[in-house]
Design a protein around this ligand. Structure first.
Ligand SMILES: Nc1ncnc2c1ncn2[C@@H]1O[C@H](COP(=O)(O)OP(=O)(O)OP(=O)(O)O)[C@@H](O)[C@H]1O
Ligand SMILES: [Mg+2]
Length: 304
């Protein structure tokens, strides 16, 4: 990993989250997360830097780093391919601590949400069978470690990378959701950091439990994976993939059902659209009316 801490601190100090491309140190956006922005910094094609401006104390960031490391170790122990990574903590504005997860960068065109538009149906059938095989490794790990440990996984297509060599990577490790002795390790308040402050009470009350628990549940993880095909404009894959997953999970879960997946997608789309709109409003209030800094980089219009 080539980026030094000093260089990263310089990048963070010169970053305008409203216009990340204007930084003195060059950067490009590789992807947007809910709580992170994925950047290529200093034209370094070897690294994807996930910026997480979430922590009001260094201690809180260090706790997160520890859980993050444990989560990656456990995914690897379960048998998943997780890219090489390291973490760096730098000072943000005021007393903010900003965590960067520096992960080996993988080719954007090999992400599975891209491959669904370029590869043949046969290739894609094998691809989804392999993704499901990886997800099942997590459930097997959980069964073997019951009741002490339970890992969650977000199985969406944009979290998997299938290289030409045939290697399949899981990259979405920056939200380390796991239960130890039945207790969630991740502080839910961290997930709320990116939400508008005027909405946090509502999200805490209505949505947080749902978001924190869905990735532990086999049927919900597959529902989420397939529902995402609508967002990715690949509705033609929905029926064939339901059949593939159902045949791989006979006796393991109640079969997936297209109507349920469609209604899950409609609700999800509405919530995320609303949420992003309100984040933009929050940014407007903070930056234009209150003349404060807004730490998160928000995506432009997303086609759903
Ligand atoms: N290692 C990587 N190499 C290249 N691009 C990446 C890499 N990691 C992430 N990306 C890009 O950024 C997108 C979002 O990444 P990731 O899945 O880690 O974040 P996320 O799902 O939004 O996470 P969170 O919600 O936890 O913040 C990916 O779908 C991909 O397009
Ligand atoms: Mg992701």
């Amino acid at each position: 990993m080539s980026l030094s801490r000093e260089r990263l601190q310089e990048f963070e100090s010169g970053l305008d989250p409203l216009d990340p491309m204007s930084s003195r140190i060059p950067c490009q956006i590789l992807g947007y997360g809910e709580i992170s922005t994925v950047l290529m910094i200093d034209n370094d094609p070897a690294q994807a830097a996930k910026r997480m401006p979430l922590f009001s104390t260094i201690k809180a960031a260090e706790v997160y780093v520890k859980h993050y490391g444990t989560y990656c170790d456990r995914l690897r122990e379960a048998g998943l391919n997780v890219p090489v990574d390291t973490t760096m903590l730098v000072n943000g504005k005021g007393s903010l601590s900003v965590l960067y997860i520096l992960q080996q960068q993988l080719p954007p065109e090999r992400f599975c949400h891209k491959l669904i538009h370029t590869e043949s149906p046969d290739y894609l059938r094998e691809m989804v069978e392999r993704i499901s095989g990886e997800i099942e490794k997590v459930w097997n790990f959980n069964t073997q470690n019951e009741p002490q440990l339970k890992l969650a996984i977000d199985g969406q297509l944009s979290n998997w990378v299938l290289l030409e060599s045939g290697e399949l990577y899981f990259i979405d490790t920056s939200t380390p959701l796991m239960h130890e002795e039945g207790v969630e390790v991740l502080d839910p308040e961290l997930l709320l950091q990116s939400a508008p402050s005027f909405l946090r009470w509502l999200i805490r009350w209505q949505f947080l439990d749902d978001v924190m628990s869905r990735y532990y549940d086999r049927r919900l993880v597959y529902t989420d994976l397939i529902a995402n095909l609508f967002k990715e404009q690949a509705a033609q894959l929905v029926d064939p993939w339901i059949a593939i997953i159902n045949s791989q999970c006979v006796d393991l879960m109640e079969p997936l059902d297209r109507d349920q997946i469609e209604s899950y997608y409609r609700e999800d789309k509405l919530i995320w659209r609303l949420f992003l709109g309100l984040r933009r409003l929050d940014r407007f209030i903070k930056t234009r009316l209150l003349r404060q800094r807004y730490e998160f980089v928000l995506p432009g219009k997303i086609k759903r």
